[in-house]
Design a protein around this ligand. Structure first.
Ligand code: SF4
Ligand code: SF4
Length: 345
């Protein structure tokens, strides 16, 4: 095994983004190599090579885009004082699985819809089989070399109490209270994640929470309530994407489907993406999995266990009120469940 293994198990000595594979290539050969990488992996290796994961943060040149100093795995491994994740007692945590476990022959072939040659596999896929590499390493590590990661405290936002004496009927007040409970739960629970006492998982949880709340905010404040037999809120592609601000991940379909929709279904919010009439499902995303600006819409409805249609209506009323009063600052009030606005006429 190469001794140039990244914190997450990638082989830096063979990585197309790193300095080694391109070392003896002519400019022309490197262009062909980059384009082949893009064809197989969906991303184009950058021209200025990564200085590799083994380079300490203090020695990474300012202009270097890689390795990413903000990478949660890199920071978690460094905080725990281990060489890579194979030495951690929580190996493989979800953060690691999601990145280092995402790339292998099967996932790549499924994405591009064809099988890849042995040569392409060795050049472009094998370097990224991080989990497989770390598992092999783990098998050779003695039990007393495995380290328990340093525990980090969970940071909780302070959520105000639900305001009393709202100027609404008893039933409507109960629906606003249900909205409050839903948002409070999303702020306080671990969103089904494990190991949230580790650096990587804690930050992953905070990121996920922020994305889930932002998603709900966009749908609630910009979507349209449709009053059919079973009321739902619907938002079309363009409006959804235009309101996601700098939240790049909210445009990645696999993230929206696997992370956001799943978390929300656990708390009684059902979400689905629908293809508009005449649009094929395969045309809803780009080749790299980003949602396209048209052709689909997202629908959400609330299950009876959280109050169904009445809570959905209260949810939209609350978000629209916040948006009207606070404009660009409204999301901050929403994400910290500030409901005092409901006491105003
Ligand atoms: S991009 Fe990652 S795997 Fe590739 S050389 Fe840089 S640190 Fe290593
Ligand atoms: S908690 Fe996860 S990311 Fe952190 S060192 Fe352990 S396996 Fe790696």
């Amino acid at each position: 095994m190469s001794n140039l293994v990244s914190r997450c198990g990638i082989d830096c000595s063979a990585c197309p983004w790193g300095p080694y594979p391109r070392k003896d290539m002519t400019a022309e050969d490197f262009e062909i190599f980059r384009n082949n990488a893009k064809r197989i992996l969906g991303y184009m290796p950058i021209k200025t090579p990564c200085v590799t994961c083994q380079t300490p943060d203090t020695e990474i040149p300012k202009e270097s885009r890689l390795p990413n100093k903000k990478c949660l795995i890199r920071r978690c491994v460094d905080k725990n004082g281990v060489t890579n994740c194979a030495y951690c007692s929580r190996f493989p945590c979800e953060t690691l699985n999601e990145t280092a476990g995402a790339w292998n022959r099967e996932t790549v072939e499924a994405r591009i819809g064809e099988s890849i040659s042995e040569e392409d596999y060795h050049l472009f896929v094998e370097p990224f089989e991080g989990i497989r590499r770390l598992e092999a390493l783990r098998a050779s590590i003695k039990p007393d070399e495995i380290v328990e990661p340093k525990k980090v405290s969970t940071s909780r936002k302070r959520i105000d109490n639900f305001p009393e004496n709202l100027p609404f009927s008893k039933e409507e007040s109960a629906s606003f209270k249900a909205v409050y409970m839903l948002l409070k739960t999303l702020n306080e629970c671990s969103l089904e994640m494990k190991d949230t006492d580790t650096f990587a998982q804690k930050h992953k949880l905070e990121n996920l929470r922020a994305h889930v709340l932002r998603f709900l905010w966009i749908v609630g404040s910009c979507g349209k309530l449709e009053n059919e037999k079973r009321p739902y809120i619907v938002i079309e592609a363009g409006k959804y994407l235009a309101n996601r601000g700098s939240e790049k991940r909210l445009a990645i379909w696999s993230f929206v489907r696997n992370a956001i929709f799943n978390v929300l279904s656990e708390v009684g919010v059902c979400c689905e993406r629908i293809a508009l009439k005449g649009v094929k499902k395969k045309d809803l995303t780009t080749g790299t999995g980003y949602l396209r600006y048209k052709g689909w819409a997202i629908k959400i409805f609330f299950e009876e266990r959280i109050g169904g249609a009445a809570t959905l209506k209260a949810f939209q009323k609350y978000t629209v009120r916040l948006a009207k009063k606070y404009g660009k600052k409204a999301f901050k009030h929403f994400s910290t469940v500030k409901m005092q606005i409901l006491t105003e006429n």
